[in-house]
Design a protein around this ligand. Structure first.
Ligand code: NAI
Length: 340
């Protein structure tokens, strides 16, 4: 079977890491026709909108996309293409698995949790205005529908994957109405899953506890901004942004992308770690049913990390993006080795 998948290479380190991920996916032999599309500054340079309709149409048609990071100007300039993409495609679930890799030395071993971040509203609704000079208001939008659907996804995911506990993360002591509504919806959904332990914890307490002992958490469920911050924090528990994958999932489409951004400080230098986007690509392969190929990629990564000879700078080594990509391809087990 040949798949058609939209590829958004992104900018900054995007083309380097997406080029690496595509090479590794192709090395599995899964046949994919990549429909390459532009967004962000590259689209503007090509005389298009920041988020061209043709790019959205491609993802809507193919239902699946692999995406590199896209730069957002800070404070001025165009609004985030990443946020725009999630809203336009209604990919309301941000799923970010956080797991330890053998061979990567971190403070804690055997971390295995999942962060669910609501992807379409909260402070990312982008509703900001100046009330009077010197006073700006940003609206945090929380709706019952969006809160319920992310909670439903998280509970269903926990059920499929055999996870036993969900922690709703909030600051309802201060944001009584908005975070209060989010929690109401989580509780409503939790009642339908009596076999999954449900608890609620304030974000500040979770931030401290997770650094001390990540093993006490299983699935973390939260609104947009908390999820953004907690996913970077969690990536730090397991080796950093260079190995933190993610997926944005909706009822119609799924876009697979790493947690990290476009890393302008190392862009164009063949230094970026392609593992985060490559694990995201393995999640994509699993999503389309190519489970064996996904396992081969993950084993290849694990073997390279365990051997410890080829590492990019963020993992304490000196290897280039190209070298680690070659090493992962060479280390990938054969299809027979991962046969079920
Ligand atoms: P960043 O994630 O790009 O970089 C933070 C630090 O991590 C930098 O020191 C960078 O060199 C390092 N890093 C990130 N990914 C790495 C990798 N694969 N290998 C080795 N080192 C890596 O975060 P930053 O600097 O805050 O954002 C840069 C731009 O990316 C901004 O315009 C931001 O809006 C955008 N961004 C885009 C995202 C997306 O497309 N989904 C997500 C996060 C940020």
């Amino acid at each position: 079977m040949k798949y058609t998948i939209t590829l958004l290479p992104g900018d900054g380190i995007g083309p380097e890491v997406s080029g690496a991920a595509v090479r590794i996916v192709e090395a599995t032999g899964v046949e994919i026709e990549w429909e390459c599309c532009l967004a962000g500054i590259d689209a503007v340079d090509a005389g298009m909108e920041t988020l061209p309709e043709s790019t959205l149409d491609s993802v809507r048609k193919n239902k699946v996309a692999l995406k590199g990071p896209i730069t957002t100007p800070v404070g001025k300039g165009f609004r985030s293409v990443n946020v725009g993409l999630r809203k336009a495609l209604e990919t309301y679930v941000s799923l970010r698995p956080v797991r330890s890799w053998k061979g990567l030395k971190t403070r804690h071993d055997d971390v295995d949790l999942v962060v669910f971040r609501e992807n379409t509203e909260g402070l990312y609704a982008g509703r900001e205005h100046e009330v009077v000079p010197g006073v700006v208001e940003a609206l945090k939008i929380i709706t019952a529908d969006a809160s319920r659907r992310i909670a439903e996804y998280a509970f269903e995911y926990a059920r499929w994957t055999g996870r036993s506990k969900i922690t709703a993360v909030h600051k309802a002591s201060v944001m009584k109405l908005s975070d209060g509504l989010f929690l109401d919806m989580c509780r409503e959904v939790a009642r339908r899953y009596p076999f999954i332990t449900y608890e609620e914890q304030p974000i500040d307490k979770v931030a401290m506890q997770i650094v001390l002992d990540p093993h006490r958490f299983d699935v973390l469920l939260m609104e947009n901004l908390y999820g953004d911050i907690m996913s970077d924090l969690c990536s730090g528990l397991t080796g950093g942004l260079g190995v933190a994958p993610g997926a944005n999932i909706g009822d119609d489409c799924a876009v697979f992308e790493a947690v990290h951004g476009s890393a302008p400080d190392i862009a164009g230098q063949n230094k970026a770690n392609p593992i985060a986007l490559t694990i995201s690509a393995a999640m994509m392969l699993r999503h389309i049913g190519e489970r064996a190929a996904a396992r081969r990629i993950e084993s290849g990564i694990e073997r390279v990390l365990v051997a410890g000879e080829v590492r990019t700078g963020d993992m304490g080594g000196r290897a280039s993006t190209t070298e680690i990509t070659d090493a992962i391809i060479a280390a990938m087990p054969s299809p027979e080795e991962v046969a079920e």
